[in-house]
Design a protein around this ligand. Structure first.
Ligand SMILES: NC(=O)c1ccc[n+]([C@@H]2O[C@H](COP(=O)([O-])OP(=O)(O)OC[C@H]3O[C@@H](n4cnc5c(N)ncnc54)[C@H](OP(=O)(O)O)[C@@H]3O)[C@@H](O)[C@H]2O)c1
Length: 304
């Protein structure tokens, strides 16, 4: 019998890749959407609703043995925007999963940012959500993934940085020796599929990155860019005061077009943090998952 997974965030960048991976493993997917959609695949059932709409969440998790909670608020100009979706919305979904009586495993897509809740509203909301989900999970086996910066087909945030890098210009945010890490979305999707198919052991958070030891500093990114394009790359440091001005302009202009901004002063503290290196050891040991795509590989084969 095919197993059913309820998935949120399917209309976003990462969720789409997760669903493709789950379908390739033979799962049936119940997918949350805020806008009405028709399915072209018999193994995908769309459920219209939102994390704020408890009735739709009960409908979403009906008959689902597993829940993959990938929906999240990644942009915003005030703390409540992140808290409402990432904390309260996640708890609504956990409550629906518990009440369904069918759910055995619940995977929460957190973020490496949750390691430093003091840095941003987003980071704090993911950290608080993790804590509250651990308390609310009861007899459901909870998995918490903390991926680092994710890129790949469909991503809009990191693509410009990599496109500029391959054109020979690398804008440097933060100190030159900051440690960065990256993860290709297909490796993340594979980890999700793998987590559902083997027996996970812990409910503590798992970090995920591309496995390059120590991650990357800006000079290393510059070297990789130059090797891939066979030409020099200019590293241009963006001073913090200028970054703050850009964030203020972004916040104001987003308000004018009634959209949530990605770049805010809160986000800048997160982006310019000095150590975003990560380790896959816990997850690799737990579910035998190993990422396949390093950033250099992705840049060479244009996998973004
Ligand atoms: N991208 C990264 O580098 C990265 C790194 C670490 C962790 N993450 C986490 O991974 C998850 C997915 O990120 P992403 O980059 O794919 O973001 P994204 O493209 O912005 O997608 C967000 C998804 O969440 C849905 N969503 C947001 N608020 C919702 C609500 N109130 N009710 C129902 N659905 C809602 C969106 O639906 P609509 O289409 O209707 O807007 C969309 O499907 C997030 O939880 C994020 O925190 C991302």
């Amino acid at each position: 019998m095919t197993k059913t997974v309820a998935v949120t965030g399917v209309t976003g960048f990462i969720g789409r890749h997760i669903v493709d991976n789950l379908l390739s493993r033979g799962f049936t997917v119940r997918a949350l959407t805020r806008r009405a959609r028709r399915s072209s695949n018999n193994n995908v059932v769309w459920v219209q609703g939102a994390l704020e709409d408890k009735k739709s969440l009960s409908e979403l998790v009906r008959d689902a043995e597993y829940v993959v909670h990938c929906a999240g608020q990644v942009r915003g100009s005030k703390e409540e925007t992140f808290t409402e979706c990432n904390v309260t919305g996640s708890l609504h979904l956990m409550q629906a999963a518990r009440e369904s009586g069918n759910c055995k495993r619940f995977l929460f897509m957190s973020s490496l940012a949750a390691r430093h809740p003091e840095l941003s509203w987003y980071a704090n909301s993911k950290h608080v959500a993790e804590q509250k989900l651990i308390m609310a999970a009861a007899n459901i086996s909870l998995g918490i993934f903390r991926p680092t910066a994710v890129y790949g087909p469909g991503d809009k945030e990191l693509k410009p940085l990599f496109s500029w890098l391959l054109r020979g210009v690398l804008p440097q945010l933060g100190a030159p020796d900051s440690q960065l890490s990256f993860l290709h979305v297909s490796d993340l999707a594979e980890a999700v599929g793998q987590w559902l198919t083997v027996s996970p052991s812990h409910n503590h958070p798992y970090e995920l990155c591309d496995g390059v030891a120590g991650g990357y500093n800006w000079t290393r990114l510059q070297e990789i860019g130059s090797a891939v394009r066979h030409a020099p790359v200019r590293l241009i440091g963006i001073p913090l005061p200028l970054l703050k001005i850009i964030a203020d302009i972004s916040t104001l202009s987003s308000r004018l077009v009634r959209q949530e901004p990605m770049l805010t002063r809160s986000k800048i503290r997160e982006l310019t943090h000095s150590d975003w290196s990560a380790s896959n050891n816990d997850l690799s040991n737990s579910i035998n998952w190993f990422p396949k795509i390093s950033l250099e590989h992705a840049l060479r084969d244009r996998l973004f």
